[in-house]
Structure formats: structure tokens, C-alpha cells
Design a protein around this ligand. Structure first.
Ligand SMILES: [Zn+2]
Length: 291
């Protein structure tokens, strides 16, 4: 898997304090919708290649080149930018982090943010253990979230933030899917023997079942046909078996999920996720000017 590449990088490692992974997000907009990930100054200081690929240094003109210490961090920056770009998070919400998530209102959102901080610390450990090649925490499951609440309380926004943070700090892939009509139509189309997409859905579902972090947005808008529920159950069950971190957002109460697929989806959610009901003023109403 591509998340193993930074661990095998041959360039020397720089001793960094625990709060510095060697890169940071610079929010100053350079082009388009957001800023960019940059090398931390501590890494820049050690760079002797001028940031030019293939990131090598010649100690003497006649000597063999050696890898510049910046190399592993540059590839990490590239990899994480690529992962966030391919995550399915819509453009304006990429690189939204905890500090962008306003929980000034009372109630569950503040608790959520605190919990999310803990999760992010675990993601950082995933990153570090990975870097060191020990993989000690690599299989440690992170408990996900089942977020329910009225439209506009910030569920989806929270899930964007969580996904950005987890990918950014762990360096591992994550995906965002919305259970819209189009989602199932595309899936169904890809199962059709006569479709040019035929055969793609198995691979797609395998990816979704396995990706370290997944957001399933708008659970409950599906039409609950037997086929749709079976797809959903298989997805959720695969993630359960693989011990993968999953966030589900829904306008429905967890109790409503009990009736679906003989309660099998419900029982998986209960085990995999913190069940959180958000009561909050309308987040979109408050932040209209920003969106
Ligand atoms: Zn360099």
C-alpha cells in the first residue's frame, strides 16, 4: 500500500520534537481554495539540496551523492497533499482543521472537539510508529462516531475536520462518501454487465471497506431497498472486521437504524462508534457568511 512508502525512504532522519512531524499547514492562500502543506523550519535547516529533485547532496564533486535529509519529509508532504486531494472532501473543506471548528455554542460539539483531539493524538502515534517502521500502533483501532442531529448542526463539517486531521497527522488515506441517490446509481451502474464501468464496483467497495478512515455522510437518505441495505451492511461489516475508523452522519436517531437489515447495521454501529446526538443552533445559519 502507498502508505508504506515514507517508512522505506532511505534518506537520514532528523531528530524532531514530538509536536513537529516535519511539516505543517500554511493557511496563507497560494492559489485556489486553500493554503498548502510546507516543510517545517527544522527540516528546512537541514536541507542541502535546495529542494530540487531527486533531493541529493554531493559532499565533494567527485563523491557519490547522498540523500538529502529533507527527502523523506518532502515525499510525505506530497503524499499527504495527494491523499487529501483524493479524499472526496469537497474543495472548500479540504484543510479545515480543529481550530476552524467553532464550538462556542454549548453542548455536545465542545465534547466532540475534545474527543476528536484524543483521536488525533492516536493518529499522530500512527504516523510516528509508521515512520519508525515499528508499526506498533498501526493496528490499534480508533473508535469512530455515529453523529445524529438535525440538518445544519455541523455534523458534516465535523466529519470533514476529522478526516482532514486524521489524514494530515497519520499520513494514511481516508475517504468521504455521501449516500446520495447518485452514489447508489453509480454503484448499480458499475454492477451492470453492459456498463463500461462494469467490474469497477467490487474494487471500489473493497477500497471503501479497507481505507483507514471513512466518512459515510447522510446515512438514512438511501431508499432502503434490499439491495441498498445489503450493500451498506457489507460495507459496514467489512470495516468492522478490518477494525477501521468510521464516521457516520445522519439526520436520524440511532433507534431508527434498528429496523434496517434486521438490526445488523445497528449492532455494528453500536460497537464501532461513539453514538453522539448533537443539539446545537444551526451551524450553517451562524456561518452563512463563510460558506
Ligand atoms: Zn534537501
Amino acid at each position: 500500500m502507498n502508505d508504506s512508502s515514507p517508512g522505506t525512504d532511505p534518506s537520514p532522519r532528523i531528530e524532531l520534537p514530538g509536536n513537529d512531524p516535519g511539516y505543517f499547514y500554511d493557511p496563507r492562500v497560494t492559489a485556489g481554495l486553500h493554503g498548502e502543506i510546507r516543510l517545517s523550519p527544522r527540516v528546512e535547516k537541514h536541507c542541502g539540496c535546495g529542494g530540487r529533485p531527486p533531493y541529493q547532496i554531493f559532499r565533494r564533486p567527485d563523491a557519490e551523492p547522498i540523500w538529502c535529509p529533507c527527502r523523506r519529509y518532502r515525499s510525505k508532504v506530497q503524499e499527504i497533499s495527494r491523499l487529501i486531494g483524493n479524499s472526496g472532501i469537497p474543495g472548500p473543506f479540504r484543510y479545515k482543521f480543529l481550530d476552524d471548528f467553532d464550538e462556542n455554542y454549548e453542548g455536545k460539539a465542545a465534547n466532540l472537539k475534545r474527543q476528536l483531539r484524543t483521536q488525533i493524538k492516536s493518529a499522530r502515534r500512527l504516523n510516528t510508529s509508521h515512520q519508525r517502521g515499528t508499526g506498533a500502533n498501526a493496528n490499534q483501532p480508533l473508535k469512530g462516531y455515529f453523529l445524529s442531529g438535525k440538518p445544519g448542526v455541523g455534523k458534516t463539517y465535523f466529519s470533514y475536520v476529522a478526516l482532514n486531521e486524521l489524514i494530515f497527522h497519520s499520513g494514511r488515506p481516508g475517504k468521504f462518501i455521501s449516500l446520495s441517490k447518485t452514489f447508489f446509481q453509480t454503484l448499480r451502474f458499475a454492477f451492470d454487465e453492459n456498463s463500461p464501468m462494469h467490474g469497477k464496483s467490487e474494487a471500489f467497495l473493497r477500497t471503501l471497506g479497507n481505507v483507514p478512515f471513512l466518512v459515510i455522510d447522510d446515512f438514512g437518505v438511501q431508499r432502503n431497498t434490499e439491495w441498498e441495505l445489503e450493500m451498506l451492511y457489507n460495507l459496514v461489516d467489512t470495516r468492522y472486521a478490518n477494525r477501521r475508523f468510521t464516521i457516520v452522519t445522519t439526520n436520524q436517531d440511532i433507534e431508527n437504524v434498528k429496523d434496517l437489515a434486521d438490526g445488523r447495521i445497528y449492532s455494528r454501529f453500536i460497537e464501532m462508534c461513539y453514538i453522539v446526538r448533537i443539539h446545537a443552533p444551526d451551524y450553517r445559519e451562524q456561518h452563512k457568511h463563510e460558506l
